[in-house]
Ligand binder design. Sequence first.
Ligand code: FMN
Length: 348
Amino acid sequence: MMPGERPPEPRFVLAPMDGMTHAGFRAVCFDYGADGATTEMIQSLAYGRAKKRMSPAFEETLLRLPEERSLAAQLIGRDPGAMAESARRLTALARFDAIEINMGCPARKVVGSGNGSALLKEPDLAERIMAAVREATPLPVRLKIRLGWDSGHIVAPRLVQAAEQLGYESVTIHGRTRAQMYTGAVDTGLLREICASARIPIYANGGVTCAADALDFLRDTGAAGVSIGRAALKQPWIFDDIRRLRRDESIPERLAPERISLLVRLAERTCRCRPERVAICEMRKFCSWWLSGLSGAEDILSRLNGVDTLDGFRMLLGGYLNDLTRASDTRIHPELAAPYTLDTVYRT
Ligand SMILES: Cc1cc2nc3c(=O)[nH]c(=O)nc-3n(C[C@H](O)[C@H](O)[C@H](O)COP(=O)(O)O)c2cc1C
């Protein structure tokens, strides 16, 4: 690829979010047309050096559902040897389309042990890790970074160059520094400069709130694609909205039947990946987001507290949908909806 050249079709992918983007949720995003996704981060020290079977919770991180059309496994760590060994193990599973290295996670616990975005302060080590992983696997390798540790230490251009030289497939850049965590302006200008000189696809990430926003971000950065995180948690249909906007079609209202059948589908899929009780308990946050603004949603949310089986979940939501349909009240009432923000749950 020549500098600044873009693949013919931009790609819109789901960003990895630890604790949220498990296989069940990713499959929902693929239903709506996401072009790719990444597993939650896999700790290379635990995985690369493990002698015995990993815990069931860890094994879940490695699951892939048939609906997941394009899936990278994401590794985090600062030991080049453990990262390489983990990449070899992931490759041996013959389950993933690519390996991605996480050098963007800002969580205090993660950077405190020198991992994630802490590596942006040690670009020499970051490059050694990148080289070790590249050596260890025949799969395409990708990098996910932030612009730098803080505004005085911007290293994204250097790491993109290293990725190019090492034959990386792409780099996703969250257009903020670690110091900014998840708020403050995304530096679209710097992303644009990086995209213009890069010889490999760059995915722009950070702060997309809706489909129109994603298309503006794509245009303003000149990126090969956009990686969408928190907005997809609250509206997984964003990938379908983007596709429609790109074709100049109108974006449909997402009415109660769609939202409720989606919740049931997510619950069914999540139950395929983790214990039923845990899966149903985790549905509460998705219910609070996807039902927000429907009449009677508050009541359903409180009744959900007494539900811990898939059958119970289906029954509660099925009854709710019947009530809404009978009352011809299946639309969102903006005055009942919680204010829309990207805030979810941050690990700090
Ligand atoms: C709860 C949560 C968990 C995250 N976990 C990961 C992760 O495991 N790996 C990673 O590379 N980024 C992780 N991120 C960062 C996101 O992938 C993304 O870069 C960030 O949320 C900015 O994009 P957004 O504004 O579209 O959400 C996480 C973000 C959130 C909010």
